[in-house]
Design a protein around this ligand. Structure first.
Ligand code: IPM
Ligand code: MG
Length: 367
């Protein structure tokens, strides 16, 4: 177990810096308590980097990222940069996409729990959503987001054709599926893999490879295949039937936002982008970021929900620093804060980011 935490902090845009500050305040306290060395290096990412350097993610940032133990990312993007017509691959259009690719963090862990006091903020009935606990596992380094060919071509009649390719190699599916089975093993032993094998070739290969890995290596895990459209429908109708959800880059992007409806607010959801569940000295940094975006409408007001970012820090302690005990304590402090009704306006609460954070820290101290 490491006793020093070397983190690259990329607060990003919009509410990113606000939630990152909140989470680091808690982390600072934890590190003092646990006698862990906290070394923070800060850099710009996303629109903030673009405004200063003309790129969403500099080469130098990538180099620093490769030396770090973990990356703490707030959120990137906003209307100011949305309309920029930037040529090139997705990595040049989005700083986060570049970092995921450069650090090979192909496994996007996006857990979603429904804490009981927050049910009223979900669009679901109590008995449907109560105690929902889903791990959406999203592939992050391939598929439609990175596939070639892609482009917008002008046709002979003067109209245009836009196209993208959804590429997956069997190697990419295998390594990703193994993480899904491992997570299922650590949880409730059930893996639901979604694909569109009824209409896509990449989906056919996806299903075939996931099946093979399941049969050969994880026969004890209950493996269910669902067409993605039906999987999302089932997830909405009966979320408790889901444990680990295995999805490609595009489908996982959809599934993880849908899962947000079960948490009461997208602001609750944490995520980890990893290349392995068992990092060692040579493993490149994992990226820890909340699922929510930069929320430009509320940026600078001090009312962003810090919980998604704070729970992402918990995931960092669990996965990169192998301290599941600390992760559990952070989650307990968050739950107690919710139970006490200290929440931000996205959950109809009246607390500011700072007040919610102070309460979480106070609850943590009392554990
Ligand atoms: C997410 C976001 C990103 C993605 C965007 C900002 C590129 O929606 O992390 O889910 O789709 O990967
Ligand atoms: Mg998304």
């Amino acid at each position: 177990m490491k006793t020093s935490l070397n983190l690259l902090v990329l607060s990003g845009d919009g509410i990113g810096p606000e939630v990152v500050d909140a989470a680091l305040e808690l982390l600072q306290y934890i590190c003092e308590q646990e006698e862990l060395d906290l070394n923070l290096t800060e850099d710009l990412l996303g629109g903030a980097a673009y405004d200063k350097y003309g790129t969403f993610c500099r080469d130098q940032t990538v180099e620093t990222a490769k030396q770090a133990d973990a990356l703490v990312v707030g959120s990137v993007g906003g209307p100011k940069w949305d309309s920029l017509d930037i040529a090139g691959p997705p990595e040049t259009k989005d700083g986060l996409m570049r970092l995921r690719k450069e650090l090979n963090t192909f496994a996007g862990l996006r857990p979603c729990k429904c804490y009981t006091p927050l049910i009223q903020h979900t669009p679901y009935k109590d008995h449907i959503v109560k105690n929902t606990d889903i791990m959406v596992l999203r592939e992050l380094c391939s598929g439609m987001f990175f596939g070639y060919p892609r482009g917008i071509d002008e046709l002979a009649d003067g109209s245009f054709q836009g196209y993208d390719a959804n590429y997956y190699t069997s190697t990419e599916i295998e390594r990703f599926a193994r993480i899904g089975f491992e997570l299922a093993q650590q949880r409730r032993g059930k893996l639901i893999s979604m694909d569109k094998s009824n209409v896509t070739e990449s989906g056919v290969l996806w299903r075939r490879v996931v099946n093979q890995i399941g049969a050969d290596e994880y026969p004890q895990i209950e493996l269910i295949h669902q067409y993605a459209d039906n999987a999302l429908y089932q997830m909405t109708m009966n979320p408790k039937a889901f444990d680990v959800v295995l999805a490609d880059n595009l489908l996982g992007d959809l599934a993880s936002d849908l899962a947000g409806t079960m948490a009461g607010s997208l602001g609750m959801l944490p995520s980890a982008c990893l290349s392995t569940l068992n990092p060692d000295e040579d493993t490149l940094a994992g990226i820890y970021e909340p699922v929510h975006g930069s929320a430009p409408d509320i940026a600078g007001q001090g009312i962003a929900n810090p919980m998604g970012m704070i729970l992402s820090i918990a995931m960092m302690l669990q996965y990169t620093f192998k301290r599941p005990d600390l992760a559990e304590e952070i989650e307990s402090a968050v739950v107690r804060t919710i139970d006490a009704g200290v929440t931000t306006p996205d959950l109809n609460g009246r607390s500011t980011t700072k007040q919610a954070t102070q309460r979480i820290i106070a609850e943590y101290k009392q554990l």
